[in-house]
Design a protein around this ligand. Structure first.
Ligand SMILES: [Zn+2]
Length: 440
């Protein structure tokens, strides 16, 4: 009888704690059990008695099974480790956990939007898990000796899937119903050398991408490698196949075996909109006179990242009255590019700094003479202004001669998986379609 009362009290205690926890702290967006799923105390007590007759015969108070609870949540802006842990740990203990963790992870660096779990046994802290990024998590355990911290890499289940669809407006719009926006950005980066996504796409263009989807505990954790992709833009096929070298590095080549990387990206702002092109005479909206426009204006919201169109060395990161904040980069082969009207520079931007193609160099703004947030993107070749949208820049390195056969076999194998199902598209279902393939 004593045992039955004890058992009921534990269950009831857990229930009260659960309710209290939920009401007092909304940071915990979910817990391991909802009230509806909690077994009724009477049933549990009865079950224990019949399941284990030895317990009821014993004179010793039976040991109870510790009750484990999982308090899962997402870090909110302004959250600190201390605030998250305070329901279970004293400030001295929180200090202890920070010290124990210091070697592997700085707890002050927890970020809004990341997930965490606090696991308790009998309402006492037992373990903290914090997802550092999409492939690592921090675990801190408490035992008799104190806190033990470690960083683990997540093991993923990888499923390649073909995602395809028809463009109505933009690539990101076409994908947003079923895919993460990062896939649109990845495709943009992949084809950024040959398609200017802000102005080349047309309604009816199609895309198809074979991509690795990563899962951990059946939860989608983002994309792995793009294996192959195809965009049909105004009837022209652009395709790319990932090809790995012996050293593990990989490049993308089109089905003709040409490297799809070029010397310059087509646009320094992936989803910007061209508001003014390169012309030898245009009416200036502020100066109110006709003058040449030696650049291409891409409009985008203030703060949108601006990418270096090609690798090179920064020769200026400064400002003046007309151009506002601007960065000028010297590339090889006599080319220079400049990016005007930035709201701010990327960290560390200064003359002499080496930048890679696609590296963020600054952010869209309207500093200097500008009527709205945009970047004026300029290019010169041996000192003469050239239209960056018309430059046919050279391709990156070729496929090694002795690997050409391997590559042809890879293309033959992957090409059918990129076949776009026009029947489905024509049936009035232009949204992206994903077809899961068997695990790799
Ligand atoms: Zn301009």
């Amino acid at each position: 009888m004593k045992y039955i009362i004890l058992c009921c009290m534990i269950i009831l205690g857990g229930f009260v704690f659960f309710q209290y926890g939920l009401n007092s702290d909304t940071a915990f967006s979910s817990t391991s059990q909802s009230p509806d799923e909690l077994p009724s105390p009477l049933m549990v007590c009865g079950d224990t008695e019949t399941d284990d007759p030895e317990f009821s015969q014993s004179l010793m108070p039976p040991p109870h099974e510790p009750i484990e609870n999982i308090h899962a949540g997402t870090i909110r802006p302004g959250d600190t480790a201390s605030r998250i842990l305070s329901p279970w740990l004293s400030s001295a203990q929180i200090h202890g956990i920070a010290l124990a963790t210091k070697e592997v992870f700085d707890l002050r660096k927890i970020r809004a939007g990341r997930d965490y779990r606090v696991i308790t046994t009998d309402n006492s802290f037992a373990r903290l898990e914090y997802s550092i990024d999409n492939s690592h998590f921090l675990a801190v355990d408490l035992d008799e000796e104190g806190f033990h911290a470690s960083v683990h890499s997540m093991a993923y289940d990888i499923y390649p899937a073909t995602v395809h669809g028809v463009i109505e407006t933009t690539l990101s719009d076409a994908m947003k119903s079923s895919e993460d926006i990062t896939l649109a950005i990845r495709l943009n980066n992949l084809f950024g050398w040959e398609i200017d996504f802000s102005r080349d796409l047309r309604k009816g263009d199609t895309f198809s991408v074979l991509v690795e989807r990563r899962y951990h505990n059946d939860e989608f954790q983002g994309y792995g490698n793009i294996i192959a992709a195809k965009i049909i833009n105004r009837g022209r096929v652009h395709d790319a196949y990932r090809f790995e070298y012996e050293d593990g590095h990989a490049d993308f080549f089109n089905s003709q075996g040409q490297n799809i990387k070029r010397f310059f990206l087509k646009s320094p702002v992936p989803f910007g909109r061209i508001t003014s092109g390169f012309t030898l005479s245009r009416y200036h909206p502020i100066l109110k006179e006709y003058r040449p426009h030696y650049g291409v204006d891409y409009a985008a919201p203030t703060g949108t990242p601006i990418y270096a169109a090609g690798s090179g060395t920064v020769i200026q990161a400064t400002q003046n009255a007309g151009s506002g904040r601007f960065v000028r980069i010297r590339h090889g082969n006599g080319y220079e590019t400049a990016y005007l009207h930035m709201s701010r520079f990327a960290r560390g931007m200064r003359a002499g700094k080496k930048v890679d193609q696609g590296e963020v160099i600054g952010y869209i703004g309207q500093s200097g003479l500008a009527t709205g947030p945009h970047v004026c993107f300029r290019m010169t070749h041996n000192g003469t202004p050239v239209d960056p949208t018309k430059v046919d820049s050279p391709r990156a390195k070729e496929l090694p001669e002795d690997r050409k056969q391997d590559f042809a076999a890879l293309v033959a194998n992957l090409q059918p998986q990129l076949t776009i199902h026009y029947a489905q598209a024509d049936a009035g279902d232009p949204g992206p379609q994903a077809e899961n393939k068997s695990p790799m």
